[in-house]
Design a protein around this ligand. Structure first.
Ligand code: DX5
Ligand code: ZN
Length: 224
């Protein structure tokens, strides 16, 4: 059986009570905390930086999964590593030197991920699987929570899964396949069937009154 991970995105949390929201969602069964960083340049929205990551770090022991939607990438990658992030992903178009950014993240002791927008081709993966711990497939255009899942992401997930499985068969090393955007209870099973093992969900979790019931219902979908 796959080791699925559910990673609530704090983008849809109540920012006025962020520490409490993080504790509640972890108590409710979240595996990771997904931390969306937007710079009003690479994406048309602005969120929070490393200081807020450092502020929530003492509130939980689960991995903090930072999704950088910023350009340039390297300064923020270093600063988030110092702020207590465990996993740091960035978009290949936003980095001048993708291999260098991946190495920088790992040299800080974090896991490194590469994030693919809906129209970004997977060929960026051709020469860097050895540097990667996670592949993030965006199933919406980045910038906002609460958007609808783009169906073509299913094919992209299958293609990414095939690459990961071939790589793992060759090397014995595993790479996580994360999906982000429009993930809901009613599409989770189909997304898992396409090969995802790590599920970001913002509005589907924080938009519900009972986080535990929602996360349990998601896990039940994954058992099917
Ligand atoms: C979008 C972010 C997502 C977002 C997902 O740019 O990367 O993590 O919070 O939100 P939902 O689950 O509401 O689509
Ligand atoms: Zn995200």
């Amino acid at each position: 059986m796959k080791h699925y991970r559910i990673a609530p995105s704090i983008l849809s949390a109540d920012f006025a009570r962020l520490g409490e929201e993080v504790r509640q969602v972890v108590d409710a069964g979240a595996d990771w905390i997904h931390f969306d960083v937007m710079d009003n340049r690479y994406v048309p929205n602005l969120t929070v930086g490393p200081m807020v990551c450092a502020a929530i770090r003492p509130h939980t022991e689960v991995p903090i999964d930072v999704h950088l939607m910023v350009r340039p990438t390297d300064r923020m990658a270093s600063d988030f590593a110092k702020a207590g992030a465990n996993i740091i992903s960035f978009h290949p178009e936003a980095s001048e030197h993708i291999d260098r950014t991946l190495t920088l993240i790992r040299d800080h002791g974090c896991q490194a991920g590469l994030a693919f927008n809906p129209a970004t081709p997977l060929h960026y993966l051709d020469h860097l699987m050895d540097r990667l711990d996670l592949i993030l497939i965006m199933s919406v255009n980045p910038g906002f929570g609460g958007q609808s899942f783009i169906p073509e992401a299913i094919n992209k997930l299958k293609a990414a899964r095939a690459r990961i499985d071939a790589y793992t068969a060759q090397t014995g090393r595993e790479i996580r396949l994360q999906v982000d955007g429009g993930v809901k209870l009613d599409n989770l099973a189909a997304i898992a069937a396409a090969g995802a093992d790590t599920f970001v969900a913002g509005s589907a979790i924080f938009g519900q009154p009972d986080y535990r019931a929602t996360i349990n219902a998601m896990r039940n979908q994954l058992l099917k």
